[in-house]
Design a protein around this ligand. Structure first.
Ligand SMILES: Nc1ncnc2c1ncn2[C@@H]1O[C@H](COP(=O)(O)OP(=O)(O)OP(=O)(O)O)[C@@H](O)[C@H]1O
Ligand SMILES: C[C@@](O)(CCOP(=O)(O)O)CC(=O)O
Length: 505
């Protein structure tokens, strides 16, 4: 949207759509490798979304306002029963908390500062006056995360409910979050959210940046197309805010999928955000963000999502999750200490990842070419163990599909074997024995195509891809093994704009 001189016109345009959302992710292949260019990761975005609702706090700028240099910002997180208020300096773009509570949300704080700085850097001086007026009405930001981001296992067990997706579905949307008991009892430590590992910080940061940039008129997200420049702007700001808030530069697949949806991703060169790292040391924010927006972002993303009639399932084994940064540290240490073996393992892993990606792309193409034959094969294989899948291949067109299915399955076995090997060499449980047992038994269920540990692996939820209606069998089997099937599914969409508060739906 081009900025209009009268702030009321801007508000009129923006109020309709002031809710943006961004999805959580599952990194199916490329864990660790995707940290280094040019290795790729395939990432599926999910139906779990973070919503950010932005509105003004006041109806009009108070004429007697003595403090025209600062805007009020209110950040509400109903699921955490938290409300924090800030003063945003319109001159320095600093954000100072004026709340009594010491609860901070660095992801959202950087998202607000950087989005406002992006607005200033993109506008000429007359437009900047209108922007200041809009900001002086205050920013009232509410953040909501879908239940799928959080673990409700304890609540389900405490209520004596069965460990099933139906029990999860009975929870009201945007239920209050459970904090990890051990942490809340710990000395001086803030309670840690019990989460499922879907990339809450990336989805939250992206939703806040998207809603703010749209509200401030920097981008127009009402008509997004896959390659839209506006999405690129959201991506650059969200990625920078996420890195700075996290204090580390990951591969960025989580922010990229939060913005653009399911994809094949190759990371950006870390020096594109070097200027923002300098900002922390005191350089003017507007200039820094201008630099970030003009930097040569060299990440690559290609269209990728699951072929039709395949379902992504996640199973929470209840073993408590793992810390990604410490696992990454151990793998890096191993790479340094044994460059030869590690390079060899990574080479083979990269081949396995490419094969799996290629087989899935082949299946998508075969489905496009002749959907009826594809549907027939998938439905038949969904009720058979894999050793019987070849029996389904009664004609050449069917046998191409079955070959690709078996090729995908084999590639997944190879990837798992190498991930285990990497874990053993690095001294960390990338695919711990308990997960191996669960994955092996799951792979034996009829109609299961793939099963593995997503992302960095460890004790987080495992993922499975099933054919046709086979997911019901997996859910039943998991329930009997004390594994909770989550309600998470693949949804290839990235950022979405909504007309209403999702709690009203
Ligand atoms: N509903 C919410 N409202 C506000 N803040 C939230 C909400 N849910 C989570 N958070 C905050 O988001 C941050 C999540 O960051 P954290 O580093 O724990 O996750 P992450 O690395 O993205 O995790 P994962 O990939 O495991 O989901 C935490 O600071 C947490 O307090
Ligand atoms: C290990 C790593 O490659 C993947 C981490 O994925 P997850 O947070 O475990 O989903 C790290 C990264 O890509 O930033």
């Amino acid at each position: 949207m081009t900025y209009v001189n009268d702030v009321k016109v801007v508000l009129f345009v923006c109020l309709e759509n002031r809710v943006a959302s961004a999805p959580g992710k599952v990194l199916m292949t490329g864990g660790y490798l995707v940290l280094e260019r040019p290795n790729a990761g395939t990432v599926l975005s999910t139906n779990a979304r973070f919503y950010s609702i932005v509105k003004p706090i006041y109806d009009e700028v108070k004429p007697d306002s003595s403090d025209l240099a600062c805007a009020d910002v209110k950040l509400t997180s109903p699921q955490m029963s938290r409300e924090t208020t800030y003063k945003l300096s319109l001159k320095h773009l600093t954000l100072d908390s004026v709340s009594q509570s010491d609860s901070r949300n660095p992801f959202v704080e950087y998202a607000v500062q950087y989005a406002v700085a992006a607005a200033y850097s993109r506008l000429d001086s007359s437009e900047k006056d209108a922007l200041a007026k809009l900001l002086l009405l205050g920013l009232d930001i509410t953040i909501l995360g879908c239940n799928e981001f959080y673990s409700y296992r304890n609540q389900i067990e405490a209520r004596g409910l069965p460990l099933t997706p139906q029990s999860l579905a009975s929870l009201p949307p945007f239920t209050s979050i459970t904090f990890n008991a051990e942490e809340s009892g710990g000395q001086n430590s803030k309670p840690e959210v019990a989460k499922t590992g879907l990339g809450s910080s990336a989805a939250m940061t992206t939703a806040v940046v998207a809603s703010l940039l749209h509200y401030l008129g920097v981008v127009n997200l009402s008509s997004v197309k896959y390659n839209d420049k506006d999405l690129d702007t959201v991506h650059m700001i969200a990625q920078t805010a996420h890195c700075i808030a996290q204090g580390k530069v990951g591969s960025g697949f989580d922010v990229s999928s939060a913005v653009y949806g399911s994809q094949r991703y190759v990371r950006f060169s870390p020096d594109v955000i070097a200027s923002a790292q300098d900002a922390v040391k005191g350089a003017p924010l507007e200039e820094i963000i201008d630099g970030v927006l003009k930097a040569k972002w060299d990440h690559e993303r290609t269209k990728f999502s699951l072929p039709p009639l395949m379902t992504l399932l996640l199973g929470e084994p209840g073993t408590g999750g793992s810390s990604t940064p410490s696992m990454v540290g151990a793998v890096k240490k191993w790479q340094k200490s044994d460059p030869e073996t590690s390079m060899e393992t990574w080479k083979k892993l990269s081949e396995g990842n490419s094969t799996l990606e290629m087989q899935l792309n082949t299946l998508s193409n075969l489905a496009r070419m002749s959907f009826d034959i594809y549907k027939d094969v998938i439905n038949n294989c969904s009720t058979q163990p894999p050793e019987k899948w070849l029996d389904v291949a009664t004609e050449p067109s069917k046998s191409d599909i079955v070959k690709a299915l078996l090729g995908a399955k084999d590639a997944m076995f190879k990837i798992r074997h190498l991930m285990r090997k990497m874990g053993e060499a690095a001294g960390i449980p990338i695919e711990p024995e308990s997960q191996t047992r669960l994955l092996d038994s799951t792979m034996n269920i009829e109609g299961v195509l793939l099963a593995g540990v997503p992302g960095a692996g460890g004790f987080d939820a495992v993922f499975v891809v099933t054919l046709g209606d086979a997911s019901d069998k997996v859910i039943k089997s998991w329930s009997s093994q004390n594994v909770l099937a989550l309600l998470v599914r693949e949804d290839p969409n990235g950022i979405l704009l909504h007309n209403n508060d999702p709690r009203a739906n």
